[in-house]
Design a protein around this ligand. Structure first.
Ligand SMILES: [Fe+2]
Length: 158
């Protein structure tokens, strides 16, 4: 039983790490597609947040000898959803983020719940990136001119 749980935890950790790298590729791809400069810049910040989140759990991958696929391969996978997202238009895409991102929160909380206590510091940094992304999306949706604030605060966290 314990062994099974450990395996599930480590497999989930690896999967979530890889999904952040995919997300990085996805947002960098979107940064090339959205027409306006502010939109592109916001996608770059989201990509950086994904990278920061992934880097925060990298030591845990090493600890458990988990081997992720290459950044290049993961970026390619992440880029598959770009056209669909761009086709929503900026407002549609922001609305999609507001709807969709909170659905990931239970997954990150679930990963924390599976983890040994000593891994929680790193995992909480991973979870917090989703909080920052959700806050950004909500602010962007209401037209806050400083909507990137939560992303910057996350990237500048000590
Ligand atoms: Fe993410």
């Amino acid at each position: 039983m314990f062994k099974y749980k450990t395996d599930e935890y480590q497999a989930t950790l690896l999967r979530y790490f890889e999904e952040e790298i995919m997300g990085e590729g996805y947002f960098y791809g979107l940064a090339e597609k959205f027409p306006e400069q502010h939109q592109r810049q916001k996608m770059i910040y989201l990509a950086r947040v994904e990278r920061y989140a992934a880097e925060s759990v990298k030591p845990l991958l090493k600890k458990y000898n988990l081997e992720a696929r290459s950044d290049c391969d993961l970026h390619e996978i992440g880029k598959k959803d770009i056209e669909k997202s761009v086709s929503m238009g900026w407002n549609g895409f922001v609305g999609y983020m507001v709807e969709r991102f909170p659905e990931y929160m239970p997954e990150f909380k679930g990963l924390e719940a599976m983890a040994p206590n000593e891994d929680l510091v790193e995992l909480q940094i991973l979870t917090e990136h989703e909080v920052a992304a959700i806050e950004f999306a909500k602010l962007e949706k209401v037209g806050d001119p400083n909507s990137i604030r939560p992303l910057l605060a996350y990237l500048e966290r000590a």
